[in-house]
Structures are given as structure tokens and as C-alpha cells.
Design a protein around this ligand. Structure first.
Ligand SMILES: Nc1ncnc2c1ncn2[C@@H]1O[C@H](COP(=O)(O)OP(=O)(O)OP(=O)(O)O)[C@@H](O)[C@H]1O
Ligand SMILES: [Mg+2]
Length: 240
């Protein structure tokens, strides 16, 4: 039965910072093993929604359901335990610690602690470059490699859903493509991914479906391929 429920569902979500409401009646569904994009310009509310889903913010109204279970208001730590992993904007690594030490930080739950060695091997199998550089300071790696560490660290908690906030931020265009390919290939690990990005074109190329936000409101949603060909999307977001 539970397999028929979407992995994540957001219903009629309002979110405010103090008296200032910034997300309005948001609805979104992320199916099991789907790769879904949440895109929109600066300040449109993408990170705010992600923070609510990962328990860092309590919404003003509405529901956040994980496999049908209400999770709004649950602590970030409990959510990690339920399989929700957040890869934050700006990566937030410890630059003066080794790559491996950074990865190991992701394994702080009881469950993931017990499987730390195996999970580390899985991460290295997925990112061979991190294995090569495991003893180096994380801060000495390139921007793209640091993004791989951030993803790898999230994988160490054995997540079912990865929430990624602007993984392309601050990376050169060529590296952005590389990171997008990495995210696309996460599906080989049977993961579900919610990807937040300003880079609409890149997101639509790799995701199954996407939601487009403007000023905290959902304006368009659909299959990513269809959105890439949609005239309004092309004009507003793809500069065509
Ligand atoms: N901690 C905060 N306190 C008050 N207002 C905030 C806070 N964080 C964000 N906001 C406001 O909420 C709105 C949505 O911001 P949010 O960071 O979610 O947008 P975003 O879509 O992630 O933008 P960006 O692409 O720039 O990261 C903006 O108007 C922003 O100024
Ligand atoms: Mg943001």
C-alpha cells in the first residue's frame, strides 16, 4: 500500500518569516524514485520550501507528508532518521578536515553509524575521485568536487530522499553540467531527489517533472520535457 503513496507531498503550504508571508498555497508531489525540479528566480521561495520540508522551518498552514505521514514541525534530526537528507546551499563542508572526515560526518545516526564502512565504500564507488582524494583537505578540492563531497556526505545517512539546494551555485558552466550529470545518475542508487535551482534550463534537462515558482506562488508545473518546449517557459526562463 505505502508504495502507492507519493514519497513526498506538500499540500496548500503557507510559510512566513515572522509577519511576512513568502510562500502561498504551494502544492507539490514527488513520487518514489522521481527526480523533481523546483525552480524560480531570486527570492521566489525555493529554499524556504526546502527548509520547511527538512524541518528547519515550521509552516504557517498546510501539510507536508512523507509517505502519507505528516512531518511538518518534526525536528531536522528526526527527519534525517526518516530518510530525508538536505544538501544545503553553499555545501557547508569543513574545509580544514579531510574529504573522508567530511563524508563520515554524514553518518551520525545509529543506523548509518553501524553501516559507516559499507556506506563509505558505496560513496567511493559512486565518486571514484573522492576515493583518490580522501586524505586531502576538503577545502583544497575544486568546486565541483566539493559538491560531490556534499552529496556523498548526505548519502552517508542512507536517505530515501535528497533535497538539494542550488548545487550549481558558484560553479563554472562546464562544472555545472558535470554536477547535473552526477545528480541525474543518482537514480541508479534508487534515490528520490528534489532539486532546487535557479538554472532552469539545466534542471529541465535532467529532471522528470518540475515546478516553477514566482514570488512564492506556483505558476507552472509539468513534465520537464514539455516545459522545455513550452513557449511561455522559453520566453520567461530560457531566454528564447
Ligand atoms: N531568514 C529569513 N528571514 C526573513 N526573510 C527571509 C529569510 N530567508 C528568506 N527570506 C525571504 O523569503 C523570500 C524567499 O526566499 P528564499 O530564500 O526562499 O528564496 P529562493 O527562491 O531560495 O531564492 P534564491 O534563488 O536567491 O536562493 C525572500 O523574499 C527572502 O528575502
Ligand atoms: Mg535559495
Amino acid at each position: 500500500m505505502t508504495n502507492q503513496l507519493p514519497l513526498l507531498e506538500v499540500r496548500d503550504l503557507d510559510i512566513a518569516y515572522g509577519d511576512v508571508q513568502v510562500v502561498f498555497a504551494m502544492n507539490m508531489v514527488v513520487g518514489q524514485q522521481e527526480l523533481v525540479g523546483l525552480v524560480g528566480g531570486n527570492g521566489s521561495g525555493k529554499s524556504t520550501i526546502l527548509r520547511a520540508v527538512s524541518g528547519m522551518l515550521k509552516p504557517k498552514r498546510g501539510s507536508i507528508l512523507l509517505q502519507g505521514q505528516e512531518i511538518s514541525g518534526i525536528s531536522p534530526h528526526q527527519l534525517t532518521d526518516l530518510g530525508v537528507a538536505h544538501v544545503p546551499m553553499g555545501r557547508q563542508l569543513f574545509p580544514a578536515m579531510s574529504v573522508e572526515e567530511n563524508l563520515e560526518m554524514g553518518a551520525y545516526l545509529k543506523r548509518s553509524k553501524a553501516n559507516k564502512k559499507q556506506n563509505l565504500e558505496k560513496v567511493y564507488a559512486f565518486f571514484p575521485r573522492l576515493l583518490e582524494k580522501r586524505k586531502l583537505f576538503a577545502g583544497s578540492l575544486s568546486g565541483g568536487e566539493q559538491q560531490m563531497i556534499a552529496i556523498g556526505r548526505a548519502l552517508m545517512s542512507e536517505p530515501t530522499i535528497l533535497l538539494m539546494d542550488e548545487p550549481s551555485l558558484g560553479l563554472a558552466p562546464k562544472v555545472v553540467q558535470e554536477v547535473m550529470q552526477v545528480i541525474h545518475s543518482l537514480r541508479t542508487l534508487h534515490l528520490t531527489v528534489l532539486l532546487v535551482e535557479q538554472n532552469v534550463r539545466q534542471v529541465l534537462k535532467i529532471t522528470d517533472r518540475a515546478y516553477v515558482l514566482e514570488h512564492g506562488k506556483l505558476v507552472i508545473e509539468g513534465q520537464s520535457q514539455g516545459l522545455l518546449e513550452n513557449d511561455a517557459v522559453k520566453r520567461a526562463y530560457l531566454g528564447l
